[in-house]
Design a protein around this ligand. Structure first.
Ligand code: FEO
Length: 395
């Protein structure tokens, strides 16, 4: 690795994790990720904005050495967020620069004390809107709670108009290029990131975008993925994703043991396509959950297809329902379809797993054994109901 320059005296010194394929032991990372860290060389003081995952501390330190440290010591480590992929190397930096102070808000300080056991005297706490001078550079701290933890904040470098947004606006994308070059690729990965990390916090995102839009921003430098040299690209994308706009799309998340539920899914998918609806089927035994999450960002309807096993829904379907419930998409309609052998609580269990969502539950279609004519007729009615519902959505 090496360092890259956003503008003179502002260096990207973070790490690209090309090989990482899972985050939080939950989220697939098809394109790896980066832990961005930025060095600001002020005329009087030097600040490091966020650090990197602790597994990569040595690479951060190597990059800092290439940038001139420890001859030019770090005075401040700005902690925008306490999650360990950004804070985990703070102890290593404090070992290297014992006089450095960790600059953060009171809430983040509490998390860092609990997560990393950083001593109280190592902190300089700031209030919302407060500034810190580095000589010819001024850092301003703006609290942006719940994007995506309660303590999250962003740092604005006034003179160079750079917003260091940490997770906010980020993307899990390892790319050798510092700035966004392939807008389509970056937006796709940023949407996936939004779906997996930010989607449950749409109200907080709206408020925080309003706050950020009061600043004159030339670059957005997140802590994952490339730097935006056109901030509108990602701000406008976020505005769309959090808006009430829904697409004429049905996400079908299903699992089938012996083919009966699969037969129902295939039939419904065909009927929906014939009605001009976009359908995104996900076989839960082999799907990338990030793709499923991304499809939920705009879809008006989600259908869960689950066979009954051991008196309840197949566990893969319960897992998918729990994920949808946690991600809180703006989806308006939901339906449950599937086959059973002798009964059980499939519908009840899945519905209980969707209890966070304000959606309209359409009539479920459960069939005994392999679907018969009456079951296909019930699926016809479900397709009609979905199509009618989609006529009412704002697009
Ligand atoms: Fe990239 Fe919330 O950590």
């Amino acid at each position: 690795m090496t360092t890259q320059e956003i503008v003179p005296k502002i260096l990207s010194v973070g790490v690209k994790d090309w090989d990482r394929r899972l985050f939080d032991e939950l989220i697939p990372l098809p394109d790896g990720t980066t832990y961005n860290s930025y060095l600001i060389l002020g005329s009087e003081k030097t600040a490091l904005i966020d650090t990197v995952d602790p597994a990569k501390s040595h690479e951060l330190i190597s990059n800092l050495e290439k940038a001139g440290a420890p001859a030019a010591p770090i005075d401040y480590v700005i902690a925008n967020h306490a999650e360990q992929d950004h804070s985990g190397s703070i102890p290593a930096i404090l070992d290297l620069f014992p006089n450095a102070l960790v600059v953060t808000n009171e809430k983040c300080k509490g998390f860092l004390e609990d997560l990393l056991h950083i001593a109280k005297e190592k902190f300089l706490t700031v209030k919302d809107g407060e500034s810190l001078s580095l000589g010819d550079k001024t850092l301003q701290f703006h609290f942006t709670p719940w994007v995506h933890w309660p303590e999250t904040m962003v740092t604005y470098l006034k003179e160079d108009k750079i917003l260091f947004s940490c997770d906010f606006f980020g993307s899990h994308l390892a790319d050798s290029r510092l700035f966004v070059q392939d807008e389509h690729k970056v937006l796709t990965d940023a949407k996936r990131y939004y779906a997996e990390i930010m989607m449950p916090f749409r109200v907080a995102i709206k408020k925080n975008i309003e706050k950020i839009e009061t600043l004159d921003v030339r670059f957005i430098a997140p802590s994952h993925g490339p730097v935006y040299n056109n901030p509108r690209l990602i701000i406008d994308a976020y505005k769309d994703w959090i808006s009430h706009r829904l697409e004429n799309t049905v996400v079908v998340a299903y699992v089938s043991m012996h083919g009966s539920t699969r037969h129902m899914v295939d039939y419904l998918v065909e009927k929906l396509i014939a009605k001009g609806i976009t359908v995104k089927p996900f076989n839960l035994t082999r799907t990338d959950l990030g793709d499923l999450a991304m499809a939920l960002v705009d879809a008006a309807t989600v259908v869960i297809g689950a066979p009954t096993v051991l008196a309840g829904p197949h566990p893969a379907a319960v897992y998918a329902a729990s994920l949808v419930n946690a991600l809180k998409p703006k989806t308006k309609y939901a339906a449950i379809i599937g086959s059973y052998g002798w009964g059980g609580k499939t519908v009840e269990t899945i519905v209980n797993n969707l209890n966070n969502l304000k959606l309209e539950l359409l009539e479920p279609v459960l069939c005994k054994g392999h679907p018969r004519e009456k079951d296909f007729q019930a699926l016809d009615r479900l397709a009609d109901e979905i199509a009618a519902g989609h006529k009412t959505i704002s697009v």
